[in-house]
Write a protein that binds this ligand. Structure first.
Ligand code: ADP
Ligand code: SR1
Ligand code: MG
Length: 408
């Protein structure tokens, strides 16, 4: 099938003859609207006119980066990786991934479950919504996906097949290499130039060679480690949830990479929200909720990941009986410490990139009062710096919370 970029006029013609769509909507009349607020793609909601709660989401990749425009070409192949990752993650955790109704890699298009009773986590957290089950859900998601796609579970051939399947996601990995690990720390045309000119901390950051050398180490880890299959962009805009359920969406950046990368992205975005409330609402209770969430996610991830590992005697890495019990336990404990350390290093980069780089986050760049926004940016840079400079020496989750609370 030849690719055709759809719009609100042509979308219905394309989808209404598809079996799964006909089965879903039966004979209902349909309406369509574009609701995408992401940086890359077009997202449509298709609704039954008779019953507006009955709806599906259609997402299509276009051949450019949406938030910059047609002058920034970007292969729509990213949708193939999103489809593959959605399917792979669904295999492990069907209750945390939207159900897929139809997929078409030629058209770079997927039709999925409409999460009409869920909200984007970033928006909810800005409004001070608490989610009592989030830490449980996301730690289960992270532990399962990271463990079951790693060499701690898979056999050697399966792991290499997984790398083959996902690590041709070259353009989106390159976007991360550029936007998370490079351009946000130097003069660059893609940066938020008005802010770079206004904020004296930009020059300071761009000249901070100690920080930038550590960022380079993290970039190297990002480029070379192949621990497990990652979402690749697990910020709070990629999570839709409510009081009872948590869904992960938008895994187009999926690739096989470092254990700490998704955890780091999530922690970074929780920290961005903590910063928002430190500066805007100054609500200590909500800030405390965010800190407790960070702690719980990290603790539960470790417990659940280790539990899965303890149930697994043989894998690409380990042959049963290779180490005695004490040595194996020390090996595992050092291994988990390294995941924590890398997660916090990556979190530091992910916080810092949002300050001056392309694609800021609403928690910080969305602060309308310029003075408060700058206050938030300064705090973000301080916490990011603490994380990036100190992550290799971390021993305990509580040290992470101390760094956030007392960053200078
Ligand atoms: P992009 O790839 O451009 O970042 P996203 O996948 O993040 O696009 O989707 C953009 C927006 O579309 C989300 O922020 C959310 O508001 C909406 N959206 C995406 N998927 C769904 C879904 N399954 N159900 C409801 N809304 C969705
Ligand atoms: C220009 S693309 C910018 C960012 O959007 C995505 O959500 C990723 O975080 C990417 O780096
Ligand atoms: Mg998105």
């Amino acid at each position: 099938m030849r690719y055709k970029e759809l719009d609100t006029n042509t979308l219905l013609d394309f989808i209404q003859d598809l079996d799964s769509v006909k089965e879903f909507f039966t004979s209902d009349e349909l309406s369509v609207a574009e609701i995408g607020d992401g940086n890359l793609n077009y997202v449509y909601i298709v609704k039954s006119k008779q019953n507006p709660n009955k709806a599906l989401i259609v997402k299509q990749a276009v051949e450019y980066l949406r938030c910059v425009g047609e002058q920034y070409p970007l292969s729509r192949q990213r949708m193939s990786f999103e489809i593959r990752a959605l399917k792979k993650f669904y295999e492990y955790l069907p209750s945390n991934l939207p159900k897929i109704y139809y997929e078409n890699e030629d058209m770079s298009l997927v039709i999925m479950q409409y999460l009409g009773e869920h909200e984007i986590m970033r928006k909810g957290l800005i409004q001070k919504t608490t989610y009592p089950k989030f830490s449980e859900h996301i730690s289960t998601y992270l532990a399962n996906i990271l463990f079951y796609t790693s060499s701690l579970y898979l056999k050697s051939d399966k792991k290499r097949e997984l790398i083959d399947e996902f690590n041709k996601n070259t353009q989106l990995c390159k976007l991360t290499e550029d936007f998370v690990f490079t351009t946000a720390y130097m003069e660059h045309e893609t940066n938020d130039s008005e802010n770079v000119n206004l904020n004296p901390h930009a020059k300071k950051l761009f000249a901070d060679m100690e920080f930038k050398s550590k960022i380079l180490h993290l970039k190297y880890k990002f480029m070379t480690q192949t621990d497990c299959l990652l979402h690749g962009d697990l910020h709070t805009g990629s999570i839709m949830l409510n009081q009872n359920e948590t869904f992960v969406i938008d895994p187009e950046f999926a690739f096989v990479g470092a254990f700490g990368f998704d955890i780091g992205a999530l922690i970074a975005n929780l920290v961005n929200n903590y910063i928002h409330h430190s500066v805007v609402t100054k609500d200590d209770e909500f800030k405390d909720y965010i800190l407790k969430t960070i702690k719980k996610v990290l603790e539960l991830f470790e417990i659940k990941f280790l539990k899965l590992w303890n149930e697994q005697n043989e894998s690409a890495l380990l042959v049963d009986g290779f180490l005695d019990e004490n040595s194996l336990n020390s090996f595992k404990s050092e291994f988990m410490k390294n995941i924590l350390r890398d997660s916090i290093g990556f979190a530091g980069a992910k916080i810092a990139r949002r300050v001056f780089g392309v694609a800021g986050v609403e928690d910080i760049r969305g602060i309308e009062n310029k003075g408060l926004r700058q206050e938030a940016e300064v705090l973000a840079l301080k916490i990011a710096r603490e994380f990036v400079i100190k992550y290799e020496n971390l021993n305990d989750i509580n040290e992470v919370l101390e760094m956030i609370k007392y960053a200078r």
